[in-house]
Design a protein around this ligand. Structure first.
Ligand code: ADP
Ligand code: ZN
Ligand code: ZN
Length: 734
């Protein structure tokens, strides 16, 4: 036998494959693409993935190393997935090894072979009588809720139970009462049966919904991209559910991508209640073993449905028939560091590769998607009415320029809160700034406590008695006196959610107030607990950040107050208005979901601002079309295409020089903007610069970026800076 040569992708930030020899003793069984191998690299042993196998090689054999071993386990990449990951790497001009690194479950990146014990599930074995349920309801309502979960669907894994907001002790309680029992989760290939659907739960579709479901059914076996543009509560989820039916009935798998599962457990619940098929999860709340289980179940065809966050797009679903991306406008679908991919865009790429349909859903579609729908590239479906009885909440602007505010609240707003509470309904107050105050200063010499690594003020976290930099995470004790003049008159400036919570408590001493932001929900299970308490009406007032804007269902919240939207009206970032409009509409979607009418009050200093006026009077759709007209005139996305080169270094001149050298090049069809200092010019001690590349066609952009990357490899400055390229950037603040 002859020596074989293989090209291997290795998890290192280099844009190339590495060639190794396969010694004859390792050549059988046959070497396949997508296999993992252990190779020597820079004095270490690393896991690599075989991307090509060849019999000859141009490199002198003396320079080549042998692979050390082949990993022999069931976790293999199919050609299809390899091809997809390669497409992703090419699209983002990102090192292929790093793409694998991010797309692979952690346990498959280790040299040690994963030792995975069989997965467990819990199964209902005994029913409770009604009087037992009533008795338990008084003592332990959560146990009853968990019992009901099992009642409507007989088996659940711990990952599901946890994601739905239940605790281990609630699970154990039911197990000790002999209501449920633990068993090994069977590994069997998914196949559709009569009992696979709970047809009783199916809702009778409205005409609007039925038209969409019919259209989807008509395009089930080829690539097509569908936007469902439907206001909150218009029944998009019901459309997804019914569109999935024929796909599953055909024994094909469905991938559902959502921005954050932990925030919207009720969505998961609805899929579980409808389909009695194996559902697997993929999100950050799972441990490594659970993620590997999902990966394997998908590949073996055991998983009928995978529900996950952005990286679920890389799940090796063996026989995928439909992809659904819910809340497609949500920026958390885009990864903001290292491999900066957009989960939605890669999902579209995957659907195209597999020649299957994909559905994008949103109440506030991104301008990119909307333009594709309006231009006829995607199928455009609208749901204009809310399903059921409830009405959309009305948005009203409150002019705060002319009136004094008490703790950030206008008198109109205070009155509206009082009225709502008097009716026994709940209030949501939205402030997108966590912490107690965004800065502290000395009232004598005006010194401001700032993070020196970022040149930005520290945020005061009163509860922890800490100053925390929200940009680099560094922390400091609150100084007892001013380091400049020694004065002890140090005071907070501005207001964050922590302070707002206290002030609201002062204003409404008889009410229970709950704060929901990243700080108050850091502990595992805390968010689910707080959300549950809100639903149970243990709290009357909710104070929170944009975490609260996402998909929750608060039946009794009838007033939503938004304290501050003005920043976005005058931002340098052309996307700020789009994001603000989405946020505003999404937040207002939280109000009045049941039969009670809802109201949204937006405090602003600029009530006459055309963007706000347009949103209030004409709605998101009209605003979006206006915004598209402006983007078109300026050749901005989605009409132009952008890539953002970022560079940082310890000295300010380095990244600027580096980007300047790039910008000197003449690239066909591409224009440069910059280099300019990043919005956060200094972060964690590094100086940061941006260079934007713009083109009128995607093809020119990609060719241009490719050329630039080659030129960078020869640029001597590249060794002095850290640089990256972001294709279709959405956040220029980074
Ligand atoms: P969205 O996903 O657009 O926010 P949902 O699918 O969650 O909307 O629907 C909102 C509410 O309306 C849910 O309580 C759902 O059960 C109900 N609903 C949806 N479609 C129908 C229908 N065809 N008939 C009656 N109720 C419906
Ligand atoms: Zn001072
Ligand atoms: Zn900092």
């Amino acid at each position: 036998m002859q020596v074989q040569y293989i090209q291997v992708a290795i998890p290192v930030p280099m844009r190339q494959l590495f060639t190794y020899q396969v010694p004859t003793n390792l050549q059988s069984p046959e070497v396949n693409l997508g296999e993992r191998v252990i190779v020597p690299f820079g004095g270490r042993q690393v896991i690599g993935i075989i991307m090509a196998v060849q019999d000859t090689c141009d490199i002198p054999t003396a320079k080549l190393k042998n692979i050390l071993a082949r990993v022999n386990d069931p976790y293999k990449f199919t050609k299809q997935l390899l091809h997809f990951l390669r497409l992703c790497a090419d699209y983002y001009h990102h090192p292929i090894g790093d793409v694998f690194q991010q797309a692979l479950p952690v346990l498959l990146r280790n040299l040690k072979q994963p030792d995975v014990s069989p997965a467990l599930e819990w199964c209902l074995v005994n029913e409770l009588a009604q009087n037992e349920i009533d008795k338990l309801q008084k003592k332990a309502p959560k146990q009853v809720a968990l019992y009901q979960l099992f009642h409507s669907r007989k088996t659940h894994t711990w990952a599901e139970i946890r994601t739905l907001g239940f605790t281990k002790s609630q699970l154990s309680a039911l197990q000790n009462k002999n209501i449920i029992t633990e068993q090994v989760r069977p590994i069997k290939k998914f196949s559709w049966q009569t009992g696979s659907i709970n047809a009783d739960n199916r809702l009778k579709l409205s005409v609007e919904q039925a038209v969409i479901v019919a259209a989807l059914q008509g395009s089930i076996d080829q690539f097509s991209c569908h936007l469902i543009d439907g206001i909150t509560g218009s029944g998009k989820t019901e459309v997804y559910l019914q569109a999935m039916e024929p796909v599953l009935a055909n024994n094909k798998q469905v991938l559902i991508m959502v921005p954050e599962i932990g925030l919207t457990p009720q969505t998961l619940n609805r899929f579980e209640q409808r389909f009695n098929v194996a559902i697997y999860l993929h999100h950050s709340g799972l441990n490594n073993t659970e993620r590997l289980e999902t990966w394997l179940a998908a590949q073996r065809g055991c998983a009928a449905i995978v529900i996950g966050t952005r990286s679920a797009v890389f799940t090796p679903l063996h026989d995928l028939g439909l992809i659904i991306v819910d809340e497609e406008h949500d920026n958390s679908l885009k990864q903001q560091d290292s491999f900066r991919y957009h989960g939605r865009d890669m999902a579209i790429l995957r659907a195209r590769q597999l020649n299957i349909p994909i559905i994008l859903g949103s109440a506030t579609p991104s301008l990119v998607t909307l333009q594709n729908a309006l231009s006829g590239k995607y199928h455009y479906h609208q749901l204009l009415k809310r399903a059921g009885k409830s009405n959309t909440a009305k948005i009203e602007l409150v002019d705060v320029a002319q009136q004094p505010l008490e703790y950030g609240l206008s008198s109109n707003l205070k009155q509206a809160i009082k009225n709502t509470l008097t009716r026994g309904e709940q209030v949501l107050i939205f402030l997108n700034r966590r912490g107690y105050a965004p800065a502290i200063n000395c009232q004598e010499c005006h010194w401001i406590a700032g993070c020196q690594r970022c040149d930005k003020p520290y945020t005061l976290h009163q509860g922890k008695q800490l100053l925390i930099c929200h940009h680099c995470g560094s922390q400091k004790r609150v100084p007892p006196q001013c380091p400049g003049c020694g004065s002890v008159r140090i005071a907070p400036i501005g207001q964050g959610t922590e302070q707002l919570e206290q002030r609201i408590a002062d204003l409404f001493p008889d009410q229970s107030i709950v704060r929901i932001d990243r700080d108050s929900t850091r502990r595992k299970g805390e968010l689910a607990k707080l959300l549950q308490e809100v639903t149970e009406k243990k709290h009357q007032i909710l104070v929170g950040t944009q975490m609260l804007a996402k998909g929750h269902h608060f039946p009794d919240v009838t007033l939503v107050a938004i304290l501050d939207v003005d920043g976005a009206l005058f931002s340098f970032d052309f996307r700020a208005a789009e994001h603000m409009a989405q946020l505003l509409v999404q937040v207002s979607g939280r109000a009045g979901r049941e039969s009670k009418p809802g109201k949204v009050l937006v405090q602003t200093h600029y009530p006459e601002h055309p963007i706000l006026q347009d949103l209030v009077h004409n709605g998101y759709g009209h605003f979006a079309q206006q915004a598209l007209v402006e983007r078109k005139q300026a050749w901005l996305p989605p009409f132009g295409f952008q890539a953002l080169f970022r560079a940082d270094a310890n000295y300010p001149s380095y990244p600027e020089k580096f980007l300047h050298v790039i910008a000197q090049n003449n690239i066909d069809g591409c224009e440069f903007a910059g280099p300019i200092p990043a919005a956060m010019e200094k972060k964690a001690g590094k100086y940061r610069f941006h260079l934007i590349v713009q083109a009128k066609s995607r093809k020119s952009l990609h060719l241009g970026v490719q050329q630039l990357i080659q030129l960078i490899q020869q640029n001597e400055w590249q060794k002095k800076v850290r640089w990256s390229v972001d294709i279709d950037p959405i956040d220029m603040n980074w």
